[in-house]
Write a protein that binds this ligand. Structure first.
Ligand SMILES: [Zn+2]
Length: 662
């Protein structure tokens, strides 16, 4: 199996990049863009910023502190790019890991230590700042890159360097070594993966030690509190994910890996419990996680503001990684459902259509149109209006790159009874004497046709996931047509080559209301179509500011229409809407409303208004102001900010007359 996560136990066994080929469509295009644009782009920026050069200086003992560039975790970006390249190679791509492999290997010190930030004359000593130094976190990414090479059947300098680093960690932080932890989890799952790839048990033992040590106040207290790096409560006793979102989710991945490999059902159940409550109360409609800018952290339950949604891209990647692990362990469709939501609405949203600019944060409301960013320099991490070519903290682009390169490894599984397809992408799936072709225009089209190209004589089961949002779907098999409900639609029969099964998922656009406890968007609705969340973007409306005051009538029809500017198959939606003329609204100045061209076609204008300061105080008595009728265009959220600076909103206030009918 060539791909990420290969557990030795669990309900389902993953099929890797050697068994699943994505050949086109939504994800096929993104994999190509990743290979042709994003990976070379990241390589360019690692040279430009000197983060790769740090390794060359380290190898020549020339790395005096003032010559090192980048933050304390910049080594990890080189490792993540190497991992992306390794998966790209493994799926037959035209990319070489050789240069990165050689540069990284040359910087490793005798004994296996490798970090360009610490330990040389003039630098801080090794492991002198475990709280913020990220040394073990960086090893985690080095090890994941090494595992990608090993799974691809190559034991090159990168794989050897990763193994030497892991051996060093087991000595340095083992039972008789430092009883310490890294401030940023990540190494736990990497060590378990290395155990799986090599069979060396001490890597698993070390991972379990790290998981068990966390939550015992092993790290010093910090201003953000120990919850920031999950050192406040032991993993087994935690009830919900909290603190820094990427840290929390990486730790959960490691805990699942340890639980699965050691048969620790209680630990697995603890993570499932935490996941359930997090999904129920701390997750955005996009699947995004981590609302707080402060500490890049999960908020309290239902603290999910749209405009102050942090939703780091890396947290989405981590959530997909966790969902995949939980799916393999349990076989439950709900984990694949969240992975799908997150892939389409955060991971896909993070990258520009040219593959060379990236979001770090993924808010659901952009109040002020961003500026066109100079693509010749890096930008601060949390600027959210426009995707940036690179950032001072640039963890996300390489994280997305490795995810897209290995995406075929997140699509399908087998068990003793047959094959399960969890994510729908045009391509092929093969396992043993079974081979399938999946033909689909998903997510624009709801039809998924699976053709059996090769089969054994024995009967086996084909399971196709029916997402929870579908409510009900139609399955056409050689035996006839049936209604199927969320979970897995299972066809058990003796197959012949050429047999086809067709799943028809209903893509009727739907209104989605939030739990009323999510105060920030109470009284609003979102629109979804299939797995895609939609948003209103100011570039489709005139004037741009009208989005502030828009109201929708959720009894109104949602009309589909093409939007070729964003892609050949893209489906946009139009809905009748109005903008309040409430003088307290930021987006209202009624004298301008009179300027409206009466011949203006539908699909354009919710209201012709411009910002005004109102009466200088944004609170007052309930308004019964007149509303300006118009039409609102909605586009898939993952495509926003690809047509220049724009304001944007996912959650749309419901006109008070229709809200009363709830
Ligand atoms: Zn990130």
């Amino acid at each position: 199996m060539i791909g990420p996560v290969r557990p030795s136990a669990g309900a389902l066994r993953p099929l890797g990049l050697d068994a699943v080929r994505i050949t086109g469509g939504f994800w096929g295009e993104r994999q190509e863009r990743n290979a042709k644009a994003s990976i070379p782009h990241a390589h360019h920026w690692l040279e430009e910023t000197g983060w790769l050069g740090n390794f060359r200086l380290a190898a020549t003992d020339d790395l005096v502190p003032h010559r090192r560039r980048g933050r304390e975790f910049s080594d990890s970006e080189v490792f993540k790019l190497a991992e992306a390249m390794a998966w790209e190679c493994a799926r037959g791509g035209d990319v070489s890991v050789g240069e990165l492999s050689t540069v990284v290997a040359a910087a490793q010190e005798p004994g296996g230590y490798l970090n360009t930030m610490f330990g040389r004359p003039g630098q801080q000593p090794r492991y002198s700042d475990l709280t913020w130094g990220h040394e073990l976190y960086c090893y985690g990414h080095l090890i994941q890159a090494g595992v990608a090479r090993l799974r691809g059947g190559v034991k090159d300098a990168l794989a050897t360097t990763a193994i030497r680093a892991a051996d060093h960690v087991c000595v340095e932080f083992g039972p008789t070594g430092r009883q310490a932890l890294c401030g940023h989890p990540g190494i736990e799952m990497a060590l378990v993966e290395l155990f799986r790839a090599t069979g060396t048990a001490r890597y698993l033992d070390q991972a379990r030690l790290f998981v068990d040590r966390r939550g015992q106040a092993s790290l010093p207290d910090v201003e953000l509190g120990r919850a920031y790096f999950q050192d406040d409560v032991p993993v087994r006793e935690r009830v919900v994910f909290a603190g820094h979102a990427v840290r929390a989710l990486y730790l959960a991945c490691g805990a699942v890996d340890v639980a699965v490999e050691t048969g620790d059902d209680k630990l697995l159940a603890a993570v499932v419990r935490q996941w359930e409550r997090t999904v129920a109360a701390r997750t955005y409609v996009t699947g995004g996680m981590g609302s707080r800018h402060e500490g890049e952290a999960f908020g309290e339950d239902f603290e999910l503001p749209a405009d102050r949604a942090y939703v780091e891209t890396c947290a989405a990647v981590a959530s997909v990684m966790l969902c995949w692990r939980l799916l393999l362990a349990t076989g439950e469709a709900r984990f694949a459902d969240l992975a799908e939501r997150t892939l389409f609405n955060v991971v896909a949203a993070s990258t520009s259509l040219d593959g060379r600019a990236f979001f770090y944060t993924n808010p659901l409301r952009q109040r002020v149109a961003g500026e066109v960013l100079d693509r010749s320099r890096p930008w601060p991490r949390a600027s959210s209006g426009e995707r940036a070519p690179w950032r001072d903290v640039s963890c996300c682009p390489t994280n997305v790159a490795r995810t897209l390169a290995s995406l075929g490894g997140y699509v399908a599984t087998v068990d003793d009874g047959g094959v399960q397809v969890h994510q729908y992408a045009a391509g092929t799936v093969a396992s043993g004497d079974i081979a399938l072709t999946v033909a689909t225009g998903y997510p624009w089209d709801g039809g998924v046709e699976v053709r059996v190209d090769r089969t054994s004589q024995r009967p086996w089961r084909l399971s196709l996931r029916v997402p929870a949002w579908a409510g009900e779907a139609t399955l056409v098999t050689p035996e006839g047509t049936q209604r199927v409900t969320p979970g897995y639609a299972v066809v058990s029969r003796t197959w012949r080559s050429g047999d086809t099964v067709r799943l028809e998922l209903p893509l009727t656009p739907r209104w989605t209301a939030p739990d009323p406890r999510i105060d920030a968007v109470r009284g609003c609705v979102a629109v979804e179509r299939g797995p895609l969340v939609y948003c209103a973007e100011s570039v489709d409306h005139d004037p741009a500011t009208a989005l502030d005051a828009v109201n929708v009538d959720r009894s109104a029809p949602l009309t589909e229409r093409p939007l070729p500017a964003l892609g050949r198959d893209v489906v946009a939606l139009a809905v009748p809407a109005s903008a309040t003329s409430d003088p307290r609204s930021e987006a209202t100045r009624t004298d301008e409303a009179d300027d409206r061209d009466p011949s203006e076609p539908a699909g354009g204008v919710p209201a012709r208004t411009t910002p005004a300061a109102g009466d200088g105080w944004p609170y007052g008595s309930i308004s019964t102001a007149e509303a300006e009728p118009g039409n609102l265009t909605l586009v898939p959220y993952h495509l926003w900010a690809n047509r220049g600076p724009a304001t944007m909103r996912v959650w749309l206030p419901v006109a008070s007359s229709t809200q009363d009918r709830r």
